[in-house]
Design a protein around this ligand. Structure first.
Ligand code: PEP
Length: 252
């Protein structure tokens, strides 16, 4: 199956203005020819507009890390989907584990944000993944199935063509404990099975499913070799141009 190959960097709440600009320029400087590989960066929202300008006409697409689902109104501190669209980004990260577990976002919030993204022609990158205690209780599949079913409950087959899924086991995020390539691949296969049940085989085979959780230049080769891993969502190692570029270039 010839699927898209995507390398996404989630900068989270790191890097002030100058460091953010230097980082994207550093990535662009040594990105080189990447063929069909696709690169997306998710900078802090305050700096996105300038980074979109810098990335125009390059191989880097830009996204925003989070938004609210209402169009406008008395929601102090939030960013609306219309504002996200207005700064010309293509992607919106939805349901990252830190949004779910630090800020208490529910499956219902995730589902509403996905609908809001489509209303404003934004492409959602939707994160799912189990906590360590859920994994230890043998509930990983059950948790991921619930997250996927609730997230896409209202999404048509046509809209699913614009979705990217990221499987990010929470115990692997920022911990240095990467999933084994086989372990991640089997969850990706399971995600495709769920989507086949909800939609059809064609969609389940074509949708990009990324892995995220302690991806580094020295473990990308094993992960990217796996049949059902279509790229990676990288946190810590996307904060230095060299390590993010090494991940992109070392992937098979
Ligand atoms: C992430 O934030 O999505 C992530 C995967 O972080 P890290 O690569 O640092 O584990």
């Amino acid at each position: 199956m010839n699927r898209r190959e995507i390398f996404a960097g989630n900068w989270k709440m790191n890097n002030c203005y100058k460091d953010s600009i230097d980082l994207v320029k550093g990535i662009l400087k040594d990105l080189g020819g990447i063929g069909k590989k696709e690169v997306i960066v998710f900078p802090p929202s305050l700096y996105v507009k300038d980074i979109v300008e810098i990335c125009k006409g390059t191989s880097i697409d830009v996204g925003i890390q989070n938004m609210y689902y209402e169009k406008e109104g008395a929601f102090t501190g939030e960013i609306s989907p219309e504002m996200v669209k207005d700064v010309e980004v293509k992607y919106i990260l939805i349901g990252h584990s830190e949004r779910r577990h630090v800020f208490g976002e529910t499956d219902d919030d995730v589902s509403r944000k996905i609908s809001a993204a489509f209303e404003f022609q934004l492409m959602p990158v939707v994160c799912v993944g189990e906590l360590l205690e859920e994994r230890e209780a043998g509930n990983s599949n059950q948790v991921v199935k619930r997250q996927i079913e609730k997230a896409f409950n209202e999404v048509s087959l046509e809209k699913m063509q614009d979705v990217i899924i990221a499987y990010e086991p929470v115990w692997a995020i920022g911990t240095g404990k990467v999933a084994t390539p086989d372990g991640a691949d089997s969850m990706h296969k399971f995600i495709r099975t769920i989507l086949k049940g909800m939609y059809n085989e064609e969609l389940s085979n074509s949708i990009p499913v990324l892995y995220g959780g302690s991806v580094k230049p020295d473990n990308i080769a094993g992960l990217s070799n796996m049949e059902d891993i279509d790229g990676v969502l990288v946190g810590g190692a996307s904060l230095k141009a060299k390590s993010f570029l090494d991940i992109i270039h070392n992937s098979q």
